[in-house]
Design a protein around this ligand. Structure first.
Ligand SMILES: O=C(O)C(=O)CO
Length: 344
């Protein structure tokens, strides 16, 4: 007899009747703390899986190594290496939180016949919102404004304290995937002129829905944009995509916004460009490393705002990511097509 199990996001699986059967053993790094699975997700996860923390696994490796069939990778942990993969002969799937997969060696995982999933659709709306938040905060100098407002000896309404307008400005989106497109939808409401650069041109109807103009050459986008927003995946092709040359092509009044990965930008070149006012400002949700060393020059510049990689950090989105990861693991272990499988 089978029964229908419905996950909260509506994905349904016809599973074998599990009554009396053990739940699948799923390896996690830890519960709570930095990188740990959120404590308020645990009740849900434990209805589906027998969670095994790394600590528990290392203490009882002989028994657990054959039992574990999935890894639930919450924010880059546990770290996957050959030694771990060799020790898990029955591992079928690694479910990774978030959209980026640059922290994974897909060739290595596939050589152990391990499927990989991520959660691209769960994170796209919040990450696009974050791009807009950074653009607005940087152009209207919110952080500096807050400091001015709370300073004990400040004078209000200083004549030289002016920001730049977002409405009506031009926005160049580098990487027009799901997140980039959602940024464009938001920017349209701000009456921005939208340019984009992408490996492939979007369909005409998608372009006209947001009024976006395709730039086959990234240089054209860089030269024309008041704001350049990076929403590309980090791959060998996009590593340090924005370097000295590209920064010099940008307008001296332009702002660079990065919601993708720190390594898409040559950070030394960025520091130099900001110090020498080659570009006006930067607003970064991502850097390398994360966090930056406390004495890093980017942390000292007034024309930079930095947030701690919080693109998808809202309660609902993190919950949806966890549900998506659960669905992918269950589908894989049931031999069904895996939602959000990362195909090589
Ligand atoms: O989902 C990801 O990979 C993110 O970094 C979101 O900010």
């Amino acid at each position: 007899m089978g029964h229908l199990r419905t996950c909260p996001s509506g994905f349904s699986l016809l599973l074998q009747d599990m009554e009396g059967q053990e739940l699948p053993y799923v390896l996690i790094d830890r519960i709570g703390g930095k990188h740990g699975v959120y404590e308020d997700h645990v009740e849900f996860l434990e209805k589906h899986f027998r969670l095994v923390t790394m600590k528990e696994y290392l203490e009882n490796k002989t028994f657990l190594s054959k039992k574990i069939t999935a890894i639930y990778m919450w924010y880059y942990k546990p770290v996957i290496n050959e030694e771990l993969l060799q020790s898990l002969p029955n591992l079928k799937i690694l479910a990774s939180s978030g959209v980026g997969i640059d922290h994974l060696d897909l060739n290595l995982l596939s050589s152990y016949s391990v499927k990989v999933s991520n959660t691209p659709f769960a994170v796209s709306t919040d990450t696009a919102d974050m791009g807009m938040a950074l653009m607005l905060a940087s152009s209207r100098r919110l952080v500096e404004g807050y400091q001015l407002a709370v300073s004990p000896d400040t004078e209000y309404f200083p004549a030289d304290w002016l920001g730049a307008e977002v409405s009506g400005a031009s926005l160049g989106i580098v990487g027009m995937g799901t997140i980039g497109y959602k940024v464009a939808e938001r920017a349209k409401a701000f009456e921005m002129k939208i340019l984009y650069h992408n490996r492939n041109q979007r369909k005409k109807e998608e372009e006209s829905a947001v009024g976006a103009i395709y730039c086959k050459k990234i240089d054209d986008l860089l030269q024309q944009s008041d704001f350049v927003l990076l929403s590309v995946n980090l791959t060998p092709q996009t590593r340090k995509l924005i370097g000295k040359r590209e920064l010099e092509l940008m307008k001296p009044t332009a702002t660079l916004i990065n919601i993708s990965r720190g390594l898409v930008v040559d950070q030394d070149a960025l520091v130099e460009a900001l110090q020498n006012r080659v570009i006006k400002a930067a607003a970064l949700d991502v850097t390398y490393p994360e966090p930056l060393p406390r004495d890093h020059p980017l942390l000292k510049l007034k024309n930079v705002i930095i947030t701690p990689h919080i693109g998808s950090a809202t309660k609902k989105t993190r919950r949806r990511m966890m549900e998506n990861m659960t669905e992918s693991i269950e589908a894989s272990l049931a031999g069904l097509p895996v939602p959000n499988e990362v195909l090589q």
